[in-house]
Design a protein around this ligand. Structure first.
Ligand code: GUE
Length: 280
């Protein structure tokens, strides 16, 4: 067997198309849509992502402001910036990029983002609301996982989904979103004793660890649907996921990297921003 490719490109394009129409309507009625990206890092892949967001925003008619605070920015500076953007009625969505300067975490700085503008679910309140089944924005990457499953009509209800990775931005929120859709969810991580024994139970496997090729064919249940969230840069300037290419022999369907979860993530971020503007 070789796995069906669950491409995210066309799905992302159709999400952007919907957002374009919604933004055009808002703009025509004198309500232009604005997204602010706050960054404090020189990390190359983060810089790539910021450019990708700016480009995609421009395509759908959203103005994207980038506040580059530099990698020496301190807690106060970042927090003040987020508080000011939160209070600015012209700004609808706010994203704080990771990685952050040494010693600072998204978990604590995210609290400075107004929950109603928290389009990447960085405020711990958003995760709490998500866990409680209340309306909130999920981190776009976690939402991309379930959006792809839904788009390709992969049944989730009653099935066993195994999430590898317990980060606040992907693993935990993805587990909640899958639970909401009535999956039986197992979360495993770097200290899981026998990782392959756990992952090989997953009819759906979500890999969100950030380690190239960590998940091999031996980790999979036959016919598993695999969502690869990893975006690991290779020495030659390429990008690979957390799942080894040979795993496609065992999976029934698999998202590619690049071209899978990534483009859907960016598109959802824009959709969230348009939603905020519609509510305003
Ligand atoms: N608060 C926060 N939230 C994030 O979601 C976040 C972040 N910080 N910091 C940086 C990482 C990185 N990230 C990516 C998203 C999409 C692609 C993506 O679309 N990649 C393309 C290909 C890129 C290429 O070819 O180089 C693809 O997968 O097809 C990549 C990386 C989100 N991040």
């Amino acid at each position: 067997m070789t796995a069906q490719t669950l491409s995210g490109k066309e799905l992302a394009a159709s999400i952007r198309e919907d957002v374009t129409l919604r933004v055009a309507e808002l703009t025509a009625s004198g309500r232009p849509v604005r997204l602010a990206v706050v960054t404090a890092t020189e990390d190359e892949s983060s810089a790539w992502y910021v450019r990708a967001i700016a480009k995609a925003a421009a395509k759908v008619g959203i103005t994207c402001d980038i506040a580059d605070l530099g990698s020496k920015a301190d807690r106060q500076k970042i927090s003040d910036t987020l508080v000011a953007l939160s209070a600015d009625p012209a700004v609808h969505g706010i994203i704080l990029q990771t990685p952050l300067p040494e010693g600072l975490t998204l978990e604590e700085l995210g609290s400075a983002i107004a929950p109603e503008k928290d389009v990447d679910g960085a405020n711990p309140l958003s995760l709490g609301r998500l866990a409680a089944g209340l309306p909130a924005f999920a981190p776009a990457t976690a939402e991309a996982v379930v959006t792809i499953l839904e788009h390709y009509d992969v049944p989730v209800s009653g099935r066993h989904a195994v999430v590898v990775g317990r980060s606040t931005v992907v693993g935990k929120p993805a587990a909640h979103l899958l639970l909401d859709r009535h999956a039986t969810v197992t979360v495993c991580h770097s200290r899981t004793a026998d990782l392959a024994a756990v992952t090989s139970q997953g009819e759906i496997l979500v890999a969100a660890v950030g380690r190239a090729g960590l998940i091999t064919a031996d980790h999979l249940k036959d016919g598993a649907v695999v969502i690869d969230v990893g975006t690991n840069p290779t020495p030659d300037g390429g990008l690979v996921g957390d799942v080894d290419a040979a795993a496609a022999e065992r999976a029934s369907a698999m998202t590619p990297v690049p071209g899978g979860v990534g483009p859907v993530t960016t598109a959802l971020l824009l959709r969230h921003t348009a939603e905020v503007a519609e509510r305003a």
